[in-house]
Design a binder for this molecule. Structure first.
Ligand code: ADP
Length: 602
């Protein structure tokens, strides 16, 4: 069987091709995922930054106005009036310490216009500002100029970062002192906690002053120009006179910044891009997996579809083959059928031919029998005719002599003789007729008597002793009257023929025996019996051992055919004591009340 070959590309190739087509879908996915997560992160961080900036600004603003308010306090003015007065200094020191603890500022101190610290809230600590000169700080110079000063710087003694607010203390137009409030920036840094995002504050120089990462502190996020470098050396805001550069890679950090008004500071929040990348990678992995699952599902579906189509094709092919085979078989059967029909026709024709031949044989047999019997029949007829003539002549003479009773006796004889002649003629007619009657009930003994009567003369001539052993009660058999008599006539004639060939004594036995099916009629003679050859061929038409004038070889053939037609059987044998023994197997029937008239008169 040759299957329709569908071009099969390797499955992995189609899948790879499909994956290649679908892979570009991952780029938009990456793009949108990145945009989404970055937006989300930026928004979240912006809020954190706003919160922090507001918090920082709020803190600074709280302290912004503090120096100008403190500048009017009388104990401070009194100290400025006589800076050498120890009692006044003591009083001022305690006042500033109290204000500091109440406001939460880091340090509050008062300087003379020369830059010398006269009183300070930390007067009683080891890093006390009292007696120290801060005239190099820019906030001092700014306040001395009559303005409010602002400055970020590292405490030279405390090493703590602070934001400084300064204000001039005036008397009229004259600046008699400078009041400074230092705010601690270390505190706000400690509150940030340990998150991956980094908050930092840079000053006007772009130098990081506040950051939770200690390695970033006091490093410049941009290039510093000459003036700025000089100012740094002069003002010493940082622990180092030349801050090392800090390069924050945009590829690593997502930076958002906000300037804090008036302070010159910039607050920034830095989120590691990794945060976004990790989420994008997760999304891509999930998307990729989903895509892969989709591909596999698609592949599976395609494969199942292909299998289904293949199976349908196979089924169709098998169906076509079956149809072809059925057609071939039908053709074979038709041919066989036609041949059978032809054979049946031939057989029917042969059978008809056989039937015709048999009919012809029967007819020929009849004619032969007729021929054989014609001599005896004419003799049989001549004899009564001669007798009738002499009886008639005698009757005339008797009437002349008035012997009417004797004449009547003669006429009666004549009547009987004509009756006998009529009977002979009737037999003759029956032999000559071609008929096919349905079997009927026939009385066996009368038929036998009739057949014997026909051959009576010859039997007497040969002096054949007839030995009968027949029951008195009539035996009814299934036969045709004429056909049975024809069979019996033939068989008796054969027996006489055989007996004629031998010397006396000549005997003929007639007997019957009852069987299961019916009646057997046995005819035995003491002639020569069947020769070996005759036993083998006697039933065949035209087989005869007799001289041509006497025998046609049709007798037994006709007998057999007739017996078969009557449902009986003809058996040929030789008697152990010599002579032929012929058995006629006949079927018994109910005593005959035939609806049909007897054969010979129909
Ligand atoms: P036919 O009588 O014309 O020869 P049949 O068919 O009647 O033809 O008989 C065939 C042959 O069977 C006879 O020629 C004879 O040899 C043998 N045959 C028939 N009946 C007898 C018999 N009673 N005894 C011996 N031989 C017989």
């Amino acid at each position: 069987m040759i299957l329709p070959t569908t071009p099969h590309r390797p499955r992995w190739r189609s899948l790879a091709l499909l994956a290649l087509l679908l892979a570009p879908l991952l780029w938009p996915l990456q793009f949108f995922a990145e945009r989404y997560y970055r937006g989300e992160l930026l928004e979240q961080n912006r809020q954190t930054l706003d919160l922090y900036s507001e918090n920082l600004l709020g803190t600074l603003r709280r302290y912004e106005v503090l120096p100008s308010i403190l500048a009017d306090l009388p104990p401070l003015r009194a100290l400025l009036a006589s800076p050498q007065d120890g009692a006044r200094q003591e009083q001022a020191n305690r006042l500033l310490a109290r204000v500091r603890s109440e406001t939460g500022a880091d340090v509050i101190y008062l300087m003379s216009p020369q830059g010398m610290t006269l009183t300070s809230s930390n007067w009683d600590q080891s890093d006390s500002f009292v007696g120290r000169d801060f005239s190099y700080r820019p906030y001092f110079r700014e306040a001395l100029g009559g303005k409010q000063g602002r400055f970020f710087g590292l405490g030279t003694t405390s090493r703590k970062r602070g934001y400084f607010f300064s204000n001039p203390v005036r008397e009229g137009d004259r600046v008699i002192g400078i009041l400074v409030v230092k705010v601690d920036l270390d505190v706000s840094e400690a509150l940030w906690g340990n998150t991956p995002e980094q908050l930092m504050v840079t000053d006007s120089n772009g130098v990081v002053i506040v950051s939770s990462r200690s390695d970033w502190r006091f490093r410049a996020t941009r290039e510093l120009d000459k003036a700025e470098r000089a100012a740094i050396v002069a003002n010493q805001p940082y622990p180092t006179p030349s801050p090392s550069p800090l390069r924050l890679d945009d590829g690593v950090w997502l930076t958002q910044s906000r300037e804090l008004q008036e302070t010159g500071l910039t607050a920034s929040i830095l989120a590691p891009r990794q945060l976004v990348d990790r989420q994008v990678r997760t999304t891509l992995a999930v998307g990729g997996a989903a895509l892969l699952a989709l591909l596999l599902l698609l592949g599976l579906m395609l494969q199942r579809r292909r299998h289904y189509i293949e199976r349908i094709a196979l089924d169709a092919q098998a169906r076509r083959e079956l149809e072809v085979r059925v057609q071939e078989r039908t053709r074979d059967l038709e041919t066989l059928n036609n041949r059978l029909k032809d054979e049946v026709l031939e057989r029917e024709q042969a059978q008809q031919k056989l039937l015709r031949t048999q009919d012809e044989l029967v007819q020929a047999g009849k004619l032969s029998a007729l021929g054989t019997m014609s001599a005896s029949i004419s003799h049989e007829l001549n004899q009564p005719l001669a007798a009738i003539r002499s009886y008639a002549d005698n009757a005339g003479v008797l009437l002349d002599h008035q012997r009417t009773d004797d004449a009547r006796g003669n006429l009666k004889q004549i009547s009987e003789l004509t009756g006998r002649m009529a009977s002979i003629i009737a037999h003759l007619r029956a032999f000559a007729r071609r008929d096919r009657h349905a079997p009927e009930s026939v009385a066996l003994q009368p038929a036998l008597e009739d057949a014997l009567a026909l051959l009576a003369k010859r039997r007497r001539a040969l002096d054949v002793e007839l030995i009968r052993d027949l029951p008195d009660a009539t035996l009814w058999v299934q036969a045709g009257e004429t056909r049975l008599r024809q069979v019996l006539g033939n068989l008796l004639a054969n027996a006489l023929d055989a007996l004629a060939e031998k010397a006396p004594p000549r005997r003929l036995w007639l007997s019957t025996e009852m069987t299961e099916q019916g009646v057997n009629l046995l005819l035995r003679d003491n002639g020569a019996g069947f020769s070996e050859q005759a036993m083998a061929h006697a039933r065949e038409p035209f087989f005869t051992t007799k001289t041509s004038t006497q025998g046609l070889g049709l007798g037994l053939a006709i007998c057999e055919t007739l017996m078969r037609a009557l449902g009986g059987e003809l058996l040929l044998a030789n008697h152990p004591d010599g002579g032929a023994l012929i058995t006629l197997q006949l079927r018994s029937v109910a005593p005959g009340a035939n609806l049909q008239p007897p054969e010979e008169f129909s």
